[in-house]
Design a protein around this ligand. Sequence first.
Ligand SMILES: [Zn+2]
Length: 80
Amino acid sequence: MVGELDILSQWIPEQMQPGTVFVLENAGEVGEKEDPYWAVLACPSCGMLGLITRRQINGLIPVICGSDNAPRNSSFAKPK
Ligand SMILES: [Zn+2]
C-alpha cells in the first residue's frame, strides 16, 4: 500500500530511499497521452528508480519494480 511511500518535493537523489516518490516537474508532458509519466519511484523493495505513470500513481498500483518496468507495457498500468 501507499501509506509507506514518501513524497519528495525536490529532487534530492540522496533522499530517494526505497519507497520514495518524486513528482516530475514536467509531469503529464511525457509518455503516452492517456497515461503520461508522472513521477519517479524508488522501488520499496530494491530501491531501483523507475518512472511511474499518472494512472499508476492515482490508482496506486501495487508498486512495481522499476527494474522490471517496461514503459510500453500498459499491463503494468491496469489495476486488477
Ligand atoms: Zn524493485
